[in-house]
Design a protein around this ligand. Structure first.
Ligand code: ASP
Length: 331
């Protein structure tokens, strides 16, 4: 039997009903796991590790580092890792780990649920069983397993608040679809060295969502002296307002003069940014911005945070950002 480490970090899966809503209750959770999913041991030899216990909206890069360190510490002892995590920021954590875990040759599967495991009509049991099963396979990457689908972690995004089918992977086919049989479509990348972790993330960046009538006065007065990068959530293929009072180009110029990296992503989930299509996009390109290509916001943001920590030099960061580092970007 394979050895699997089940790392607990909190999230709805571990919550209990409270009034109209749900909340984390560590005492109730330790009983729930044993009572509601007693047959998990038929799939693998499972050891549980309570790393932290949070709603995932309270997680940040320090938690990502603790997770990477936990996997590193137990890497040799286990064949695979399942991480129970809240759905709200699961795609951020999975993306962050995909950049931190180098030469990964074992499955690291994130899962959670929309309804707590403790509730009778819950999606948790199925997600948990599927994830443990996937963690026994020869899958060598960070993935999210949810509602009978396995997605590459840095390609997935939370799409639904109320549906059991909470995640999607707009620009990359699922790694596997689980039905009567498990239909796998993954091709493991070659692993060329020893497993190691490269942790560290900088939060000297912001995400700017562009919208019609965005007040450029606010932006021009913004203190950008400590800022190193902006992810600009543009329209369509990478367009921004370029006329009159709403022209964003002077702000972009100001950022470039101060050495701030500008990286353009689209508000549309599907397909890739293409700055050369429209005059507005070409102006953005001329202003010195780079493209997020077809990356998700979660992958773009965590990749930039990771690169800002790894390197000082702006050109080095920009070059690395536009390359495919962990399967997050279609070259
Ligand atoms: N707020 C919860 C969390 O992300 C939502 C969930 O797990 O579905 O922790």
């Amino acid at each position: 039997m394979k050895n699997i480490l089940l790392i607990q970090t909190g999230g709805t899966i571990a919550m209990s009903a409270k009034g109209d809503g749900v909340e984390l209750d560590p005492v109730a959770w330790s009983k729930t796991l044993k009572e509601r999913a007693p047959q998990l041991g038929e799939l693998a030899e499972i050891h549980t590790f309570p790393l932290f216990f949070e709603d995932s909206s309270d997680l940040n890069h320090t938690h990502w580092i603790r997770l990477a360190e936990c996997i590193h510490n137990y890497y040799e002892e286990y064949d695979g890792f399942v991480i129970l995590h809240g759905t709200d920021t699961m795609a951020f954590t999975a993306s962050a780990l995909s950049f931190s875990l180098k030469n990964l040759a074992k499955p690291v599967i994130f899962t959670g649920s929309q309804v707590p495991l403790a509730s009778i009509r819950s999606d948790a049991r199925r997600n948990l069983i599927n994830s443990i099963e996937m963690a026994t396979k020869d899958l060598r990457e960070v993935a999210i397993c949810f509602n009978d689908h396995v997605y590459r972690g840095n390609r997935a995004t939370k799409l639904s608040i109320g549906d059991f089918d909470a995640f999607g992977s707009p620009n990359f086919d699922p790694l596997a679809v689980i039905g009567l049989e498990i239909k796998s479509h993954y091709m493991n990348p070659p692993v060329s060295g020893r497993f190691e972790i490269q942790t560290g993330f900088s939060n000297e960046l912001v995400v700017l969502t562009v919208f019609p009538s965005l007040n450029t006065d606010f932006l021009m007065k913004m203190d950008i002296s400590k800022l190193r990068a902006i992810i600009v959530r543009s329209f369509g293929s990478g367009n921004i307002p370029t006329k009159g009072d709403f022209n964003l180009l002077p702000f972009m110029k100001r950022c470039r003069e101060q050495g701030v990296i500008l990286s353009v992503i689209s508000q549309a989930d599907h397909d890739a940014v293409k700055l050369s299509t429209y005059p507005a996009g070409r102006a953005v390109l001329k202003a010195g911005a780079i493209s997020c290509g077809d990356m998700t916001l979660e992958a773009s943001l965590t990749k930039m945070m990771w690169l800002l920590h790894q390197y000082e030099d702006k050109a080095t960061i920009e070059t690395a950002f536009t390359k495919n580092l962990a399967g997050e970007l279609t070259p």
